[in-house]
Design a protein. Structure first.
Length: 469
């Protein structure tokens, strides 16, 4: 699959190759000029050498019959090379390829080449007449229908042949030198490009492999980190479940052992109260019995809480409408809500999906949460109840109940402990710290979720309970 991230290294390679080719081209021009200069130097050396050879070995030979093959034996394409010998009047005394003997070189080329190039040729002839040696580059036009400039390399050297003074000229077309130079440069460019291509392809491959390995290691690290978090969460849940199980067993045992003596004490109080009514009433005894009765009542509430906490393992689940369970819960404590000046605002979703729950246990959950809100608003306040469905990441529908109040909120530092057994912020009101742990147990037994936190912008608490639809 094509990925933008994978294309980047290869794009960089193409750009680098293009830039490299451009600089190769610049270097090629300088390289070509150096090769042409070398060719001219070689031609001049060859011309001088051949001139000396003619002077030594062809003294009695007519200049027109001098053998100049030694000059061009290293050239593959003889048709593109001219070897001339001219005298001081610029008359052609020898031509190995085209028979222009007797013709004046300047007159012969007059009008056939551009005026600037003819002037350059004339300057060269003047140097020849002065017995000088050297090289030149002159542009000749071809005889093609669409003429093009052909640069010709010239090397000239003086010859003393008997009493005759002349000069030997070697004329070579520029392409004879440029073509091998171009080919050499092209080969260098191709080879250099190939080497660079291989290098950058290898570098890109290594980069890609390293990136792939880095991504794999990163993914592996993320997976291990997630699994570690899950393991710690599961471990904490197992520890909490074990603690809750132990507390449940302990609570059940203690509750049953304490409940019977409490019942005897309660019956004894009722008996004594009846007896006091029949005789002279003693206010001190009545007050003492009342204090005992209240203390026993608080102890009985703790026992009942322990029994409720220990018995949440048994569920009777049926399809229920959560809105109806909320209304029934509110109806049970309507008088209490009115007495404490609590205003209820309901925002129920119509046609909310039924969920499979134990309605009595869930009603117990709602009552516990709403009563906690009432306790947090001693001077009255508002309770807002909202129900809705939402789609989670697992593509499953969840039914959610959101209960907010305008109370004092959760004290600082207590948020992490509110679900721990026997932790309470209401010791002065007879709180035993088993209500929210029992609520959490019931919700989790239904496969649901619960969260309790303070409201962000205003005072109060928000409780969110969710069940799978």
């Amino acid at each position: 699959m094509i990925n933008a991230r994978n294309i980047i290294p290869y794009t960089v390679i193409v750009i680098i190759l293009a830039v490299t080719g451009y600089f190769f081209r610049l270097n090629h021009n300088a390289f070509e000029k150096a090769m042409v200069d070398q060719a001219q130097t070689q031609l001049m050396i060859t011309a001088l050498s051949e001139a000396q050879s003619i002077e030594r070995h062809s003294y009695n030979t007519e200049i027109s019959t001098v053998d100049t093959s030694g000059l061009v034996k290293h050239i593959d394409d003889l048709e593109r090379v001219q070897v001339l010998i001219i005298d001081d009047d610029a008359k052609i005394k020898h031509s190995h390829y085209m028979n222009y003997i007797g013709e004046n070189l300047l007159t012969l080329l007059k009008g056939k080449i551009s005026n600037p190039e003819w002037l350059k040729l004339n300057s060269m002839v003047q140097k020849i007449r002065n017995g000088e040696q050297g090289t030149a580059i002159i542009d000749f036009f071809s005889d093609d229908v669409n003429p093009h400039i052909v640069k010709t390399l010239l090397a000239f050297a003086p010859i003393h042949h008997g009493n005759t003074r002349a000069s030997i000229i070697v004329a070579m077309e520029y392409d004879v030198v440029a073509e091998p130079v171009n080919k050499n440069a092209r080969d260098n460019i191709v080879f250099g490009g190939f080497v660079l291509s291989m290098f950058f392809v290898l570098a890109a491959s290594v980069f890609h492999q390293q990136k792939k390995r880095s991504d794999e290691l990163q993914n592996l690290y993320s997976t291990l980190e997630n699994e570690h978090i899950k393991l710690k969460t599961t471990q904490a849940q197992l520890i909490q479940a074990e603690k809750m199980g132990i507390v449940g067993k302990l609570s059940s045992g203690v509750a049953h052992e304490v409940k019977n003596p409490l019942m005897i004490i309660i019956q004894g109080i009722e008996y004594l109260k009846e007896k006091i009514k029949t005789k002279d009433k003693d206010e001190d005894i009545s007050m003492a019995l009342k204090d005992i009765e209240e203390a026993v009542g608080r102890a009985d509430n703790v026992v009942r809480g322990l029994l409720d906490f220990a018995s949440v393992s048994k569920l009777v689940a049926t399809p229920e409408n959560i809105n109806l369970i909320l209304d029934k819960s509110l109806l049970l404590i309507k008088n209490l809500l009115d007495k404490n000046n609590i205003k209820i605002t309901k925002n129920y979703e119509e046609n909310i999906p039924y969920i499979t729950i134990d309605k009595n246990k869930i009603q117990q959950v709602f009552l516990n949460i709403i009563l906690n809100s009432v306790d947090a608003m001693p001077g009255g306040g508002d309770i807002m109840i909202r129900t809705y469905t939402d789609q989670r990441q697992d593509n499953e529908k969840w039914v959610t109940v959101q209960i907010e109040d305008t109370g004092t909120g959760i004290p600082e530092g207590a948020a992490e402990k509110i679900f721990e057994p026997f932790f309470t912020t209401k010791h002065s009101k007879g709180g035993h710290g088993l209500g929210l742990p029992m609520v959490k147990n019931i919700i989790e037994m239904h496969g649901g979720k619960i969260s309790i936190s303070n409201r962000t912008s205003v005072n109060g608490t928000v409780v969110i309970i969710s069940f799978k639809a």
